[in-house]
Design a binder for this molecule. Structure first.
Ligand code: NAD
Length: 256
């Protein structure tokens, strides 16, 4: 495994699931890690469990909290070399019943916060002529599912931001990629199982097989570690020529 000693990584939503797996992976590879999350208790215990890892609390639906958190994390670590825009939530409802407030919350956290953090991180990366930005998209950056209008729209938007960032940053030693996983075994998915069972009117134990992995030729949930490993690769020297990609890790879902 490539060493990331001397690199500073900021991971949003790092208290849980995929973000925590990324924090574990980069800390194990020697990086200094900043976890940003709304969950103080989870974030603090995540940081304590890892070496060279610090926690910064922020509600990423707030633009002012997001930019203040970046300033604080950059000051504490001295720089941000790798930005991982990972924090996300889900809300499931048919469009005609979808609450505007949930729509806005998802856009603020999953589109506007990544834009604000990218805008804040690029000048330092350009100055050092090296940087990596990983946006955690989804198979839903490429395809749609019913009842997830805000999430699918936000994840498609995040892929758009990825591509624009890749074009603008290309001559500055900075790459930007969007990892696009299918369902990963995390608390976010656990919450969806109950919601999907209600919406589709089927028992909870049938949701993984009949709804979540039905369209994937490989019928299983991914593990968070598999996504973290892809992030390590995309930040490695070997991946310096990969930018603007929709990097699918989706058990073949989008191959249809
Ligand atoms: N789990 C999956 O199946 C899956 C699949 C594809 C993409 N993703 C994406 O991966 C990312 C991580 O998801 P996960 O499954 O690890 O979820 P998770 O629920 O385990 O973790 C999400 C983290 O985001 C934090 N968070 C929530 N609201 C926040 C806010 N307002 N401000 C700051 N932090 C906030 C939570 O506290 C939590 O620590 C999300 O963007 C999600 O859309 C997940």
């Amino acid at each position: 495994m490539e060493s990331f000693a001397g690199k500073a990584v900021l991971i949003t939503g790092g208290a849980s699931g995929i973000g925590f797996a990324a924090a574990q992976a980069f800390a194990a590879a020697g990086a200094d890690v900043a976890i940003a999350d709304i969950d103080r208790q989870g974030g603090e215990s995540a940081a304590i469990s890892l070496s060279n890892t610090y926690f910064f609390q922020a509600d990423l639906t707030s633009g002012s909290e997001t930019t203040a958190m970046f300033t604080e994390a950059e000051a504490a670590l001295g720089k941000i070399d790798i930005l991982i825009n990972n924090a996300g939530i889900q809300f499931i409802a048919p469009i005609e019943e979808f609450p505007l407030e949930q729509w806005q919350r998802i856009m603020d956290m999953m589109v506007t916060a990544p834009f604000l953090l990218t805008r804040a991180a690029l000048p330092g990366m350009y100055q050092r002529n090296w940087g990596r930005i990983i946006n955690v998209g989804s198979a839903h950056s490429l395809i749609a599912s019913a009842y997830k209008s805000a999430y699918v729209t936000a994840k498609h938007g995040l892929l758009g931001l990825t591509r624009v960032t890749a074009l603008e940053a290309a001559t500055h030693g900075v790459t930007c990629n969007c990892v696009c996983p299918s369902y990963v075994r995390t608390p976010l998915v656990d919450k969806q199982i109950a919601a999907q069972a209600k919406t589709h009117n089927i028992p909870e134990d049938e949701v993984v097989e009949k709804i979540m992995t039905a369209e994937s030729p490989i019928h299983r949930l991914l593990e968070p570690q598999e996504i973290a490993d892809a992030m390590l690769y995309l930040c490695s020297q070997s991946a310096a020529g990969i930018t603007g990609s929709a990097f699918t890790i989706d058990c073949g879902w989008s191959a249809h």
